[in-house]
Design a protein. Structure first.
Length: 468
């Protein structure tokens, strides 16, 4: 049965990759894949659950006496319906609500001309210079915000700067790489780094000290390669203030500052309250919603000129949201059925080298979602005691394994357009072809990924020799 789940996942994944030749929208395929895997997981519950979570199932049955007289299939199915699917939806909806909130806030800034504050400040017409400016900006923003939100902001900004669609794709591909590399060295830059930081596997100081330089290298290598493909000057979309006749420059600036400031506030909120990031995102969204209501009530404009929040929400890309839902639901089955944990365990037993294991895990994160992958790895390896020596020392707080996992899981997702939240968002917003990204960016992203990994290994040889 496990083999069947893996086979179906790869068939679905292949269908998503071949979206354009098959002429079937990837969202439909992703949703079908996620639902089929959950159906199979439920139908064969008695064969999967006892083998993967026997203790958890026994505890659940003991806590629900009504199940004592039921057969194993009904017990396992009840456990899936009331525990596993609830946990899966809890994890997934946190990401989706975060994404919906971020996309809505960015759209709010966009429809009010807020991004003209930035676009009017970028005066260069040189394609190469613009690419470097956008990538460096993305890299820094991703560390302060997070890679998902930053990608949304930069893609919408890109639309304001470049008219040619194919050139937009080139810039968007590099934005994905810059967002992922920027998020890998920050404790709030990626969901996986947040997980490692909150659980105490790494500290802020260690991430910045040892993962920042490899992340910079991982961005610079593909940036050098892609910038060589760009020549001449860009054709821009001029920002016409007539598009925003009822909004003054000061008001556009105010909305821009409130929107971007609200996005920056989300990781601060998470740090202070320890609540999930989506709570902070929806809090910011609600405040901005009230602000826009008061803003338009004071202006007394014609309804056609108003861009109130209900109108803005209708502009967000729901197919991308549903695509993300389908992919995450499918990966949750791989996690619940023990496939991801088994893969990580096999790597440890067969290779037993923290550098090689993490490099492979990074490659896997371009196929599987890095969040459940990292969660499974964290579940396999407990944090070692401070006095651990030898191989075990790699698993102490700020150990080589955890730092390198932060880099590999974050940066490795750039190898494929579908391998990261940033890539999925860019794919949805810009309709980037999977095969096109594979042809144009995968080798460059791989070169940057391996170069950055080599830099980290050199750092360890120079400064962490005792831990190797």
């Amino acid at each position: 049965m496990i083999t069947t789940l893996i086979l179906i996942f790869f068939i679905g994944y292949l269908a998503i990759a071949l979206e354009h030749p098959l002429r079937v929208d990837k969202t439909a395929t992703a949703l079908l894949l996620g639902m089929v895997l959950w159906i199979l997981y439920a139908v064969f519950a008695e064969y999967i659950v006892p083998n993967v979570e026997s203790k958890e199932l026994a505890d659940y049955v003991a806590a629900h006496p009504r199940l004592a007289a039921e057969g194993l299939h009904q017990q396992a199915l009840d456990y899936i319906l009331n525990v596993k699917i609830v946990e899966a939806l809890g994890d997934i909806t946190q990401t989706l609500f975060f994404l919906i909130g971020a996309m809505t806030i960015v759209e709010l800034v966009d429809v009010h001309g807020g991004f003209s504050v930035i676009t009017n400040g970028i005066t260069t017409k040189n394609k190469k210079t613009l690419l470097w400016v956008l990538c460096i900006t993305t890299f820094l923003f991703s560390a302060v915000l997070d890679n998902m939100t930053t990608t949304i902001v930069m893609i919408l900004l890109l639309r304001k700067l470049i008219a040619d669609k194919q050139e937009q794709w080139l810039y968007a591909g590099m934005i994905v790489i810059a967002a992922n590399t920027g998020g890998a060295w920050s404790p709030i830059g990626d969901v996986t780094t947040i997980m490692l930081w909150v659980k105490g596997n790494v500290t802020v100081t260690a991430l910045i000290e040892f993962v920042l330089l490899p992340s910079v290298v991982a961005m610079i290598v593909p940036l050098l390669g892609i910038s060589r493909q760009l020549k001449g000057s860009i054709t821009t979309h001029p920002v016409d203030t007539e598009d925003y006749p009822a909004i003054s420059h000061k008001e556009r600036l105010l909305i821009f500052c409130l929107g971007v400031g609200g996005l920056i506030f989300v990781p601060i909120f998470k740090t202070i309250t320890h609540l999930p990031p989506f709570v902070g995102m929806l809090l910011v969204l609600s405040v901005l919603w009230i602000f826009t209501e008061i803003f338009y009530n004071g202006k007394m404009l014609d309804r056609a000129q108003e861009q109130r929040m209900p109108k803005v929400i209708r502009r967000i890309d729901m197919p991308s949201i549903l695509f993300f839902l389908g992919i995450l639901m499918a990966v949750q089955v791989l996690q619940a059925s023990g496939i991801l944990a088994a893969a990580a365990k096999w790597l440890d037993e067969s290779i037993h080298d923290v550098f090689a294991i993490n490099v492979i895990l990074g490659g896997m994160s371009s196929v599987f979602d890095n969040v459940p992958l990292v969660a499974g790895v964290m579940g396999m390896y407990p944090v070692a005691d401070p006095g651990a020596v030898g191989y075990a020392a790699n698993f102490m707080v700020d150990g080589v394994f955890w730092e390198f996992l932060s880099y590999c899981a974050g940066v490795g997702g750039s190898l494929l357009i579908i391998g990261s939240a940033a890539g999925v968002i860019a794919m949805g917003l810009e309709k980037i072809n999977f095969g096109w990204y594979l042809k144009k960016f995968t080798l460059w992203a791989l070169a940057g990924y391996l170069a950055g990994a080599a830099v980290y290994i050199v750092e360890c040889m120079l400064f962490k020799g005792a831990a190797l």
